[in-house]
Design a binder for this molecule. Structure first.
Ligand code: TXA
Ligand code: MG
Length: 325
């Protein structure tokens, strides 16, 4: 298939309405949009990404007031979160409306609903006037696309169009919170932090997180099947380190990459390195750095653990997953 490179929200909306696939920017990462009420379009979307069929997609709407286009019910906690954080980098898992294709939710009774805070995304959604299923714009398992060039790298020839917008500002996917049960459960950390959610719904907790910040899947039902699939991984081996990284020889540094927030003696020895000035910049540039590591065919990348505050909560989660853990 010949991929169109577009900068018209009208054209993007038209392709989605006609059952096609369009990559477009959001404030978190680029998404690949398809009409969530069109089972054929959604099947094509899974195929284009090479995504396992049991990993559900998030449905995107242009306005919080339109939640009833995807869900049957807005529990009180979800309403409070919607009022406080939407549009924004938050996905609410709610009881699913039958018109949303079962392909979208991988047969689950629930649906993830998100109102992105990005003018291009919202305009496309408004004009398309259908709920839009949109996973991150990357081949399944790879780091999410945060620039249109990264999206093109993975998906040129596999989707109908790519919107050539600026790179995304947050750079890490939305916080996913399941509001369909007795109390809200965070299934995926994101830019909206646990503390922020607890301010509007104090009973909110993190899914199966054990003492050392690892998912415990044995003792608890896995509500988000996507959690179990490999994610955000470059070809290079990812090694998480504190700074200064100890025990790394000059020879290893010379064929490796490093990214983090602090310089140290020996940093110059790394063949490719990037020091980010803030946690926000680190989060925004992390996936693109991993992709650059692959473009330059490095075998190893050393990654400094992010501080566990603000966006660092989500960044640490993605770093751990990029490292395969
Ligand atoms: O920021 C984002 O959320 C981006 C942009 C494009 O909006 N989208 C995104 O989609 O990251 P995706 O498909 O890469 O990740 C969706 C996550 C997966 O972990 C999936 O398992 C979970 O959301 N999810 C979706 N629907 C769900 C549901 N009904 N129940 C539980 N988890 C769900
Ligand atoms: Mg993804």
């Amino acid at each position: 298939m010949l991929t169109e490179y577009i900068d018209s929200t009208e054209r993007a909306a038209q392709i989605i309405r006609e059952g096609g696939l369009v990559a477009f920017p959001t404030e978190t990462v680029f998404g690949i949009g398809a009409d969530a009420t069109n089972a054929e379009a959604v099947k094509k979307l899974f195929a284009a990404k090479g995504r396992p069929g049991n990993n559900p997609l998030i449905v995107h709407l242009d306005d919080g007031g339109h939640w009833s286009r995807a869900a049957t019910e807005l529990p009180e906690v979800a309403e409070a979160m919607l009022d406080a954080f939407c549009p924004g980098p938050l996905t609410l898992v709610l009881p699913k409306l039958p018109t949303i294709s079962e392909q979208v939710t991988a047969g689950l009774m629930t649906v993830g609903v998100r109102i992105p805070d990005h003018p291009i995304a919202r305009e496309i959604l408004r004009v398309a006037a259908v709920p839009v299923a949109a996973p991150s714009a990357n081949r399944s398992g790879r780091p999410s696309g945060t620039t249109w060039q990264a999206v093109a790298e993975d998906l040129d020839g596999r989707i109908d169009a790519i919107f050539t917008a600026d790179s995304t500002s947050i750079g890490i996917e939305s916080t996913v919170v399941d509001c369909s049960g007795p109390s809200p459960v965070v299934l995926r950390p994101g830019a909206i932090t646990l503390e922020q959610l607890q301010q509007v719904a104090p009973q909110t907790r993190e899914f199966g997180v054990g003492e050392n910040h690892h998912m415990v899947v044995s003792g608890e039902q896995v509500n988000s099947p996507g959690i179990l699939h490999p994610h955000y991984q470059p070809n290079a081996e990812v090694l998480i380190v504190e700074v200064p990284p100890v025990g790394i020889s000059v020879e290893v540094s010379a064929v490796s990459a490093f990214c983090g927030m602090e310089g140290f003696d020996g940093l110059d020895a790394f063949a490719l390195s990037r020091i980010f000035g803030s946690l926000e910049d680190y989060a925004a540039g992390f996936y693109e750095f991993l992709r650059e590591v692959d473009r330059q065919s490095f075998q190893k990348v050393f990654v400094q653990t992010a501080a566990d505050e603000g966006i660092g909560w989500a960044l640490r989660d993605r770093q751990r997953r990029a490292a395969g853990g």
